[in-house]
Design a protein around this ligand. Structure first.
Ligand code: ATP
Length: 365
């Protein structure tokens, strides 16, 4: 099947600054795809290039197989929802939502009335037609901004941090609502966020971007469990990152040395590992377990401090003079005490071995 949207070798400069570097990937019809990366990595610029609000210096953008590079934003069959919603302050909810079809003279008022009713129903805002934007809460304004975009039935809805202005509770609620809405309408969503949890919760696939380059593209599960490089490893999930020495390389697992310990760790990627050379062992904090009794394939360390924080226990330890953190859930009491020498094991899939990239100096780890 032909992809809905193809980005082909996109490069974008602002003056001398190379903001997007050889970006290539495709987006399928009906997909919820998230562009995820730290502030300044180029997510918004890429979204704006797709919207036609920025021009690319080289490369092509194909919608349904046809280049849209030279086509004006309002002729592209894509709509954007911005973080600040950009509602017309002097128009009520009904007129805000009806704005697009009216400008395009797309339908008669009587048909428009039904259509506005349908999209307001979709975003659960029926009954608010006469309110002005300032008479709505942040979450309600956000829903109207989405309704105003959806009424145009765009091939793709572009969303630039649309939940950024909401408080945490409402943000979580809207995440679920947005994901449902996307599945219900079947509209293709391209969503920008710097919030990994939001991306992992909502997306079918995630494009992780850093420094204007795609670092990894995959399902949330794949990106969480199998980061392809050190950037993704440190950016997604809370992990302990430890420099180790490679002892023996296997197909799926390798043996590594950390201080006096030799342990086996999952090494599924085709990483350029070399026996005798340093590498990075990365383990999710919440996939590690602390035990007073010896357990196989474990590190040994000293308990430095124990913090009881609601549903979780955070245990700070020292392993080979390096600080690591273990987060345990579903326990009310830690079986060890500060100062104890303990064994630290982990769930196999929570750990991964990566080659040490040159840019990662010893001091950074
Ligand atoms: P954030 O999460 O903070 O919004 P982002 O990943 O969306 O960040 P962009 O807004 O795409 O990042 O910006 C990428 C880079 O391009 C940044 O270094 C930014 O300063 C620069 N930039 C963005 N817009 C312009 C512009 N109009 N002129 C010059 N530089 C720009």
């Amino acid at each position: 099947m032909k992809p809905l949207l193809s980005l082909v070798d996109i490069n974008k400069y602002f003056g001398d600054v190379h903001v997007l570097k050889d970006i290539s990937f495709t987006i399928e019809q009906g997909e919820f795809l998230t562009l995820l990366g730290p502030s300044g990595c180029g997510k918004t610029t890429l979204l704006r290039c797709i919207a036609g609000l920025e021009t690319v210096n080289s490369g092509d953008i194909l919608l349904g197989g046809r280049s849209i590079k030279g086509i004006a934003p309002n002729k592209r069959n894509v709509n954007t929802v911005f973080q600040n919603y950009a509602l017309f302050p002097h128009l009520n909810v009904y007129d805000n939502v009806a704005y697009g079809p009216r400008v395009r003279k797309a339908m008669r008022e009587v048909d428009l009335k039904k259509r506005v009713g349908d999209v307001l129903d979709l975003v659960q805002m029926v009954g608010y037609e006469k309110r002005l934007p300032h008479q709505l809460s942040g979450g309600q304004r956000q829903r109207i901004a989405i309704a105003r975009a959806l009424i145009n039935e765009p091939a793709i809805l572009l969303l630039d941090e649309p939940l950024g202005a909401l408080d945490l509770k409402l943000r979580k609620h809207m995440q679920t609502e947005l994901a449902h809405l996307q599945k219900k309408t079947g509209t293709t969503f391209v969503y920008v966020t710097h919030d990994q949890e939001e991306a992992l919760n909502m997306s079918d696939r995630i494009v992780v971007i850093d420094g204007g380059e795609v670092q990894q593209l995959g399902t949330p599960r794949d990106i969480y469990n199998n980061p392809s490089n050190l950037f993704v490893t440190t950016f997604i999930g809370d992990r302990n990152i430890m420099q180790v020495e490679v002892v023996e390389i296997g197909d799926t697992h390798s043996k590594v040395k950390l201080g006096d310990h030799i342990v086996s760790i999952r090494s599924p990627h085709k990483q350029p590992l070399q026996a005798g050379k340093p590498a990075i062992m990365a383990i999710h904090m919440d996939k590690m377990r602390v035990s007073c009794d010896p357990v196989p394939n474990a590190l040994q360390g000293e308990v430095r401090s124990i913090h009881y924080a609601g549903s979780q226990i955070r245990i700070e330890l020292s392993v080979d003079h390096k600080a690591i953190t273990v987060v345990e859930y579903q326990k009310t009491e830690c079986e060890c005490r500060e100062g104890d020498l303990v064994f630290i094991a982990w769930e196999e899939h929570g750990a991964i071995l990566l080659s040490l990239e040159e840019s990662w100096l010893e001091g950074e780890i």
